[in-house]
Design a binder for this molecule. Structure first.
Ligand SMILES: Cc1cc2nc3c(=O)[nH]c(=O)nc-3n(C[C@H](O)[C@H](O)[C@H](O)COP(=O)(O)OP(=O)(O)OC[C@H]3O[C@@H](n4cnc5c(N)ncnc54)[C@H](O)[C@@H]3O)c2cc1C
Length: 419
């Protein structure tokens, strides 16, 4: 960019799937805009995911409406291909994306409309700004993490493959989609693995010959507008790895992973775990069986001819690590040399100096339209519904925001006849 100030109607910050979707809708509505991306398009899919990661949903589902993935629509696309998809998608409509430009600061203009945005390559003035900087931006490692320098500790965002870790056993903390897949990969690579399992949902990968993404669609569950009260901290364990299989903690235990409850603390090289493992697994089963129940009810109500699958209700017996759980673990004695924190992410909007946040610093918005007129958020968890952070979901949220910007522009450009 040139050093002089650029003026643009709408600035989109971030070119992950959210930024690309936003640009498509703005292009359709002829709204002049620019997308700034500090790294590359869909960078998170390239460098914040482990090497073997595939999409959690099948190719027919985890995509934008305007383009299909090459290959098997029921397959699970590898993460690099997902990133390539967004690059190709952006090329389709010549998205005005500038990569390698970081937005450092955003302020409302005084005495005139719009915002001033400082970037690593100059200043931009925009009337509307869409923050599409990602739902999972800053890896979070809880404060209980031990201080021992000899332990190799990384967040799941920095895990790549088993070879990257020093020899020895691994404690994986967190059994959502990332934690279970990483633990499984490490076990298959011959590592001794402890997996700390908290409260979770674990939907069936497929049931009655339909993937769970399809079930959530026909049952209207992608459209839930907020998480159930009390379930805000419940993670979801689902995987497309190795063709896609239901996450089954008992099977993981039978394959050699030692399950433990929620990680509570570390003191002098000893990890302690809550005695909640059996309960967490039982609640996960409830969630799993509950989905089978509503799916069966849907089949009956609609007279759908989907094959019955009674074996989906069969559970393996509880393994010993569940019936007689380990409550404390001397890490050195157990040979644990690494801890992988699969403990989630936070957002980072520090660059936004506008009145769009509540007392806790959370974005204040309605379906992405923020309380600061002209500022928008896209891609946040539950922005409008359960599907908002997912590939297909963000596309629909982006459409809503683009429509809102178009409506605002109509007011901004209005002149009474004769004026
Ligand atoms: C491990 C994992 C697996 C997932 N798997 C799936 C899946 O299979 N299917 C699915 O639908 N969803 C999946 N998701 C959820 C979601 O699709 C991804 O998190 C996706 O990356 C979110 O896209 P986004 O565009 O909202 O954010 P991001 O992909 O994070 O993009 C935001 C972009 O903004 C840029 N940026 C940030 N700050 C600035 C700044 N100040 N200036 C300029 N640029 C900036 C970043 O570099 C980044 O490229 C997964 C998430 C995780 C964590």
């Amino acid at each position: 960019m040139t050093p002089e100030t650029i003026k643009i109607d709408t600035l989109v910050v971030g070119a992950g799937q959210a930024g690309v979707a936003m640009s498509e809708h703005l292009t359709r509505l002829d709204i002049p805009h620019l997308v700034l991306e500090k790294n590359r398009i869909a960078e998170a899919w390239r460098s914040a995911r482990w090497d073997s990661m595939v999409a959690n949903g099948p190719a027919w589902h985890d995509r934008f409406p305007g383009m299909e993935f090459a290959g098997d629509p029921d397959g699970f696309v590898a993460k690099e291909q997902v990133a390539d998809y967004f690059v190709a998608y952006a090329q389709q409509f010549n998205a005005p994306i500038r990569t390698g430009v970081e937005v450092k600061r955003l302020r409302r203009n005084q005495g005139r409309p719009g915002f001033t945005v400082e970037t690593t390559q100059g200043t931009i003035e925009a009337l509307h700004v869409v923050a599409a900087t990602g739902p999972f931006q800053r890896p979070v490692i809880p404060a209980i993490a031990p201080r021992e320098p000899e332990l190799h500790q990384i967040h799941s965002a920095h895990y790549r493959n088993p070879q990257q870790l020093p020899e020895g056993a691994v404690l994986v903390v967190g059994a959502g989609s990332s934690g279970v897949q990483i633990a499984d990969e490490l076990r298959r690579a011959g590592r001794e693995v402890y997996l700390s399992v908290g409260p979770h949902d674990r939907p069936p990968r497929s049931y009655r010959n339909r993937d769970f993404c399809w079930w959530l669609g026909v049952l209207g569950l992608w459209d839930l507008s907020s998480s159930e009260p009390g379930k805000e901290h419940v993670t979801i364990a689902v995987s497309g790895a190795r063709g896609g299989r239901t996450v089954d903690f008992r099977r993981l235990a039978n394959e050699g992973i030692t399950l433990v409850g929620r990680t509570q603390s570390f003191e002098q090289g000893v990890a302690t775990f809550s005695a909640d493992l059996a309960e967490n697994i039982a609640r996960g089963d409830e969630n799993y069986l509950g989905l089978l129940d509503v799916a069966d009810a849907w089949v009956e109500r609609n007279g759908a001819s989907l094959p019955e699958e009674p074996e989906a209700r069969e559970m393996l017996p509880d393994p010993e690590c569940v019936t007689d759980p380990i409550l404390s673990l001397d890490l050195a004695r157990s040979g644990v040399t690494s801890i992988i924190w699969a403990t989630g992410y936070a957002t980072d909007h520090n660059w936004m100096e506008v009145d769009a946040f509540d007392e806790q610093g959370k974005p204040r918005h309605q379906r992405g339209v923020s309380s600061e007129s002209g500022i928008y958020f896209l891609g946040l968890p539950w922005l409008s519904r359960r599907g908002s952070t997912f590939i297909w979901g963000v596309w629909h949220d982006a459409k809503h925001i683009a429509d809102h910007i178009a409506t605002r522009r109509n007011y901004e450009h209005y002149l009474p006849s004769g004026e």
